[in-house]
Write a protein that binds this ligand. Structure first.
Ligand code: NAD
Length: 480
C-alpha cells in the first residue's frame, strides 16, 4: 500500500482532502503515493484564508517579504537532492534535468527577494506634472488574492515563476499544482511553511482541473489568475475569469523553430536541435520542434542528426548515462504515438525513431523521432506535439526561413544557428517570438522575460514584468 499524503494546505495547516488521487512514476508505471486532494469546499476555505491574510501581508514591507523569499531559496537549496529525486520519479525526467529545475527555482526566489527588497525605496515616486497646483505620487500595490495553476512538465519551476513574484508583490496565493505531478510542489509547500510564511498567505489545494481549477477560476474574490498549461484549458480559464473581470496571465503552447543558417556550425546545430527537441522528452512549451535548415547544409545535417538522435540513451531517469527519460503518462504516450502515425499518413518521411525503445518494455518511453519532408498543411507541422518529435524542412533563402518560422498560431521562442553575428541578429529581430536564442541552448534567466506572441501567451513572466503581473498601479493626486 502506497503512502497517503495530505494535499491541502490552508491557513497554515495541512488538511485531509475530499478524494484520493494516485500519483505514478512514469518510468516504471508504479504507484508512488496517493494524495488526498481537495474540491470546491477546499477552494472556498483556501480563498477565505487568503482573503483574511491579505490586509496584513499587503502592508508588510518589501524587506520582510524578501527575507521570506530568501529563506525559501535557502530551504530549497538545502533539500536540492531530495527535490531532484521527487522531480525525476514523479515526472520521468533524467536526474540532471531535475537538477537544472531545482537550481532555476532557487535562482527565481533569490531574484524576486532582491526585487522585493527594492520595492520599499521605489514606493511613492513623485510624478512630474505640468502645474504646481497639484502633486501626485505613484504607488504599486499587490493586486489581491491570486490563483496560480500549473502543469506537469516543469513542476516547481512553473510554480516558482508565479509564486516568487506574487509573494514579492504582497499578494496572497492559492496554488493548484498539476494532479499528475504534485509531489515536488508538496515538498516545496513544506519548505515554505518551515520558512515561516504567515498563515493564509500561501495556500495549496491539490486536485483535478474540474474539482479545483474551475472553482478557483470562478471565485469572485480572486483578483488574478496566472495559468500555465494547454491552450484548450487556457480558453476555459479565460472564459471563467471573464465573468468577474479577473486579470489573467496565460502561458500556453508553442510550435517553435530552430533555424540552421547556411554558415552554421553543423555539430552545434545538431546538438541544439536535439536539445530543443528531446530535452524533457520534448514535453516543453518551448520545444523547437520545427527545424529549418539551409538547402546547402541539409543533407549533411540530416545524416548527423539521424546518427545523434539514434545514439541518444533513453533510459530510466536515474540511470547513470541517461540522456532522455519517459513521457509523463499513458495518455501523453498514446497521444504522441498517434501524432507520429498521422505524420506518416500525411506523407512526411520518418527518418528515425517513432516507436518504443525495444529495451524498455515498461514505462512511457518513445525513441527520439525525426521527420523530414513534412507537409506544410499537416498536423505534424502545425500542432504542438509535446513529445520527442522533430520536423525538418529545408529553405532556400533567409526570408523563406523567417516566413516559415513565423507561419504559426504560436510565437513562444526560436533559436538561430549562424557563424555570422549580423545574420543571426537580423534573423532574431524578424522572428515573432518572446525569446530568441543565438547559437545557445535554451538558457533562461530570472532577469529576462518568459512568454510569447500570438496564442502562446498573455503577458510575461520573470523579470520586472513577472512582478508587474501581480501589481495594481495607483496614483494619489493632491491639490495644493
Ligand atoms: P493542462 O492545460 O491540461 O493543465 C494545466 C493545469 O490546468 C493543471 O493543473 C490542470 O489540472 C488545470 N486545469 C485543467 N482543467 C482546468 C479547468 N477547467 N479550469 C482550471 N484549471 C484546469 O496542461 P498540461 O497537460 O498539464 O500541460 C501541458 C501544456 O502546458 C502544453 O500545452 C504546454 O505547451 C503548456 N505549457 C506552457 C508553458 C509556457 O510557459 N508557455 C510551460 C509549460 C507548459
Amino acid at each position: 500500500m502506497s503512502t497517503v499524503l495530505k494535499g491541502v494546505y490552508i491557513d497554515g495547516t495541512w488538511r485531509e482532502g475530499q478524494a484520493l488521487l494516485e500519483v505514478i512514476n512514469p518510468a516504471s508505471e508504479a504507484v508512488l503515493a496517493q494524495v488526498s486532494v481537495g474540491d470546491g469546499l477546499a477552494v472556498k476555505q483556501a480563498v477565505d484564508a487568503a482573503s483574511a491574510a491579505f490586509s496584513g501581508w499587503s502592508n508588510s514591507t518589501g524587506r520582510d517579504r524578501a527575507a521570506l523569499l530568501r529563506r525559501i531559496a535557502q530551504g530549497v537549496s538545502e533539500q536540492r537532492e531530495q527535490l531532484m529525486h521527487l522531480q525525476s520519479s514523479n515526472n520521468g525526467k533524467p536526474l540532471f534535468e531535475a537538477g537544472i529545475d531545482v537550481d532555476d527555482v532557487i535562482a527565481t526566489f533569490e531574484y524576486y527577494a532582491a526585487v522585493a527588497e527594492a520595492l520599499d525605496a521605489g514606493q511613492d515616486q513623485p510624478v512630474v506634472l505640468p502645474t504646481e497646483d497639484f502633486s501626485a505620487r505613484l504607488r504599486r500595490e499587490p493586486c489581491g488574492v491570486v490563483v496560480l495553476i500549473v502543469p506537469w512538465n516543469f513542476p516547481m519551476v512553473t510554480t516558482a515563476w508565479k509564486l516568487a513574484p506574487a509573494l514579492a508583490a504582497g499578494c496572497c496565493v492559492v496554488l493548484k499544482p498539476s494532479e499528475v505531478t504534485p509531489l515536488a510542489e508538496l515538498q516545496l509547500a513544506r519548505i515554505i511553511a518551515e520558512a515561516g510564511v504567515p498563515a493564509g498567505v500561501f495556500n495549496l489545494v491539490c486536485g483535478t482541473g474540474l474539482d479545483v481549477g474551475a472553482p478557483l477560476a470562478a471565485d469572485r474574490r480572486v483578483a488574478k489568475i496566472s495559468f500555465t498549461g494547454s491552450n484548450a484549458v487556457g480558453v476555459q480559464v479565460m472564459q471563467r475569469a471573464a465573468e468577474t473581470i479577473k486579470g489573467v496571465s496565460l502561458e500556453l503552447g508553442g510550435k517553435s523553430s530552430l533555424l540552421v543558417m547556411a554558415d552554421a556550425d553543423l555539430d552545434l546545430a545538431v546538438e541544439l536541435a536535439c536539445g530543443g527537441g528531446f530535452f524533457n522528452a520534448g514535453q516543453m512549451c518551448s520545444a523547437t520542434s520545427r527545424v529549418l535548415v539551409a538547402d546547402g547544409l541539409a543533407d549533411k545535417f540530416l545524416r548527423r542528426l539521424q546518427v545523434r538522435a539514434q545514439g541518444i540513451r533513453v533510459a530510466d531517469p536515474f540511470a547513470d548515462d541517461v540522456e532522455m527519460g519517459a513521457l509523463i503518462n499513458r495518455a501523453q504516450y498514446e497521444r504522441v504515438l498517434g501524432h507520429i502515425q498521422r505524420g506518416i499518413e500525411s506523407g512526411a518521411r520518418l527518418l528515425c525513431g517513432g516507436e518504443r525503445p525495444v529495451d524498455l518494455p515498461n514505462g512511457f518511453f518513445i525513441q527520439p523521432t525525426v521527420f523530414t519532408e513534412v507537409p506544410l498543411d499537416s498536423a505534424l507541422w502545425n500542432e504542438e506535439i509535446f513529445g520527442p518529435v522533430l520536423c525538418v524542412r529545408r529553405f532556400a533563402t533567409e526570408s523563406e526561413a523567417i516566413a516559415l518560422a513565423n507561419d504559426s498560431d504560436f510565437g513562444l521562442v526560436a533559436s538561430v544557428v549562424s557563424a555570422n553575428t549580423e545574420t543571426a541578429e537580423r534573423v532574431a529581430n524578424a522572428l515573432q517570438a518572446g525569446t530568441v536564442w543565438i547559437n545557445a541552448p535554451q538558457v533562461i534567466f530570472p532577469q529576462t522575460a518568459w512568454g510569447g506572441y500570438k496564442q502562446s501567451s498573455i503577458g510575461r513572466e520573470l523579470g520586472p514584468w513577472g512582478l508587474a503581473a501581480f501589481q495594481e498601479i495607483k496614483h494619489v493626486i493632491r491639490a495644493h
